[in-house]
Design a protein around this ligand. Structure first.
Ligand SMILES: C[S@@+](CC[C@H](N)C(=O)[O-])C[C@H]1O[C@@H](n2cnc3c(N)ncnc32)[C@H](O)[C@@H]1O
Length: 259
């Protein structure tokens, strides 16, 4: 991605848009309190974590999501892939080793972007700080865009999908992984839990940055549910199999007509 070289670079991260105020400090403070600011040694082994680790259950689920996604992804003929909300980059590393595509790992979190860049330098993997909605964001096209546990940080999932559609090549696809999606009837309670959660952590400001996806928001798009956690059989299996995810895998494509 030659065009990146025209942008400022600090510690192997290109800065495509100005830094956003507020988000990173609050986000990292919560991550720290949750024990999710990981050491380099820990990140390079993700999604595998040592036995007895406090987030073991969560990572067992994420291992399965990753494996299912990579089984699909490695067979695709792709030129460019966007990993939006790459964080510390463990998933970007999976993307670059499982396809010959060039990967752009994007985030608005300098600390984790720099960690990602420090841990994996690969000619097919670049790291950028960029706000998707900033008017100066250069125009880019991707064959696949993936948001792994990231869509919930955007206030309006419809606007998000519309924005991402504009960055897709003709047959490109967008994938949401490991984000909770709610029924309309569950939204109010979920929002209240979020406010309570961040207040209890002592970082109430973070509630303004964490949002709730709703199934009905996807109906106007060309949406495929590649994994649906809502089925009775799946819910039942989850009681016995700790690796069964409560989060869907959603795939969005352009409609054949204008979108
Ligand atoms: C829960 S982490 C997920 C990181 C990684 N994708 C993973 O699967 O572990 C969410 C990430 O989304 C990023 N994020 C939040 N808002 C964003 C935005 N507007 N643009 C890009 N990334 C964003 C956060 O900084 C964070 O790194």
């Amino acid at each position: 991605m030659e065009f990146l070289k025209t942008y400022p670079n600090n510690n192997q991260v290109y800065y495509l848009t100005p830094e956003l105020p507020n988000f990173e400090d609050f986000y990292l403070k919560v991550r720290e309190l949750e024990g999710r600011v990981y050491t380099d040694d820990f990140v390079v082994n993700l999604p595998y974590v040592p036995p007895g680790h406090e987030q073991k259950k969560e990572w067992i689920i994420r291992q399965k999501t990753t494996q299912n996604f990579l089984n699909y992804y490695k067979k695709l003929d792709l030129q460019n892939v966007l990993d939006l909300g790459c964080g510390n980059g463990w998933f970007s590393s999976m993307l670059v080793t499982n396809n010959t595509a060039e990967i752009l790992a994007m985030d608005v979190n300098k600390a984790e972007l720099e960690q990602a860049a420090r841990l994996n330098q690969n000619k097919n993997l670049n790291y950028v700080y960029a706000d998707l909605f900033h008017p100066d964001l250069p125009s880019m096209q991707f064959d696949l865009i993936v948001l792994n546990s990231c869509a919930q940080y955007f206030p309006d999932s419809k606007l998000l999908i519309q924005r991402l559609m504009k960055m897709l090549s003709k047959n490109g696809t967008i994938h949401f992984l490991d984000s909770p999606v709610y029924e309309q009837s569950e939204l109010a309670a979920a929002k209240a839990r979020t406010v309570q959660y961040y207040e209890a952590k002592g970082v109430p400001q973070m509630a303004a940055h964490y949002h709730h996806l709703c199934w009905k928001d996807f109906t106007s798009f060309n949406t495929e549910i590649l994994y649906d956690p809502r089925g009775t059989w799946t819910r039942l299996k989850r009681k016995f199999d700790r690796s069964i995810s409560p989060f869907p895998w959603l795939k969005f494509s352009k409609k054949k007509t204008n979108q």
